[in-house]
Write a protein that binds this ligand. Structure first.
Ligand SMILES: [Zn+2]
Length: 261
């Protein structure tokens, strides 16, 4: 009786964020559930046998995860993961270099989710953002535009995205003409209130301003130039680092991949 009280079975929708080795044969899987927050679980034999978990352990895979939670234990026991949508599926029909680009970004998105999802607290909106990005990966013409969209929304959901209309220094709605990131204040400042870097052109501010009301697929199909996307990437890199206070490992991997292509 006591045993059944102390153990609970769950089957939930979740996103796989990352895995790492645990002992000789097992793996730890970090996953974000739809309504029970981020969990860490042991997938028995997942390192030595791919029979039970197969491709389901790829970061950003969405699936049904069956796990057992025991009272007073931080690690849950994962019984099964049924993948519904995998990043590998999103590479179908793409050239090899392009497929690596997609998988690299899937890893980057999963790592951002892991960094921003708190332990033990549900974050349904972050889950939904991750799931929507996973769905948009397959048809995306611009993975870079999708990445900038994702960064914008992660920061926005955390309530730390700087205002894109009114300059906090002069109080005028002049940011549409271009802006720069005042690092110390973590805000965008207009070009009349000083000159700084990194800088956003008026096109970059306009693209960012449009993201609040767009779907990921729509943002990824936009025709915004690579110069504008690069400006936004530089600004987002700094904003993320300011808030997370470190550089993400896979952000570097994505950059290195990009420079080789
Ligand atoms: Zn100003």
């Amino acid at each position: 009786m006591l045993r059944s009280f102390a153990m609970r079975n769950y089957t939930v929708d979740a996103l796989v964020l990352r895995t790492y080795r645990y002992g000789e044969a097992d793996r730890i899987v970090v996953f974000l559930t739809e309504d029970r927050g981020k969990k860490r679980g042991v997938a028995k034999n997942a390192t030595v046998s791919r029979r039970r978990f197969g491709a389901a352990l790829e970061p950003l895979t969405r699936g049904r995860v069956a796990y057992v939670e025991r009272e007073s234990r931080e690690l849950v026991r994962i019984d099964r993961i049924e993948p519904r949508l995998t990043p590998l599926g999103a590479t179908a029909g793409r050239a090899a270099g392009d497929a690596a680009h997609v998988l690299g970004h899937a890893g980057y998105f999963a790592e951002l989710l892991d960094e921003w999802a708190p332990e033990g607290a549900p974050n349904e909106r972050l889950f939904r953002l991750g799931a929507a990005i996973g769905e948009a990966l397959a048809g995306s013409s611009s993975i870079e535009a999708l990445a900038r969209y994702f960064e914008y929304w992660v920061l926005r959901l955390e309530g730390v995205y700087p205002a894109l209309d009114v300059c906090p220094r002069c109080g005028r709605a002049t940011l549409s003409q271009g802006a720069w990131l005042a690092m110390a204040d973590r805000t965008y400042v207009c070009l009349e209130c000083g000159q700084g870097r990194p800088r956003l052109s008026s096109e970059a501010v306009a693209f960012l301003g449009s993201l609040a009301s767009r779907t990921p697929a729509d943002a990824a199909a936009s025709t915004v130039s690579s110069r504008v996307l690069k400006e936004i990437e530089d600004v987002h890199d700094r904003l993320m680092a300011l808030h997370l206070e470190k550089e993400l490992r896979s952000a570097r991997v994505v950059r290195e991949l990009g420079s080789r292509l």
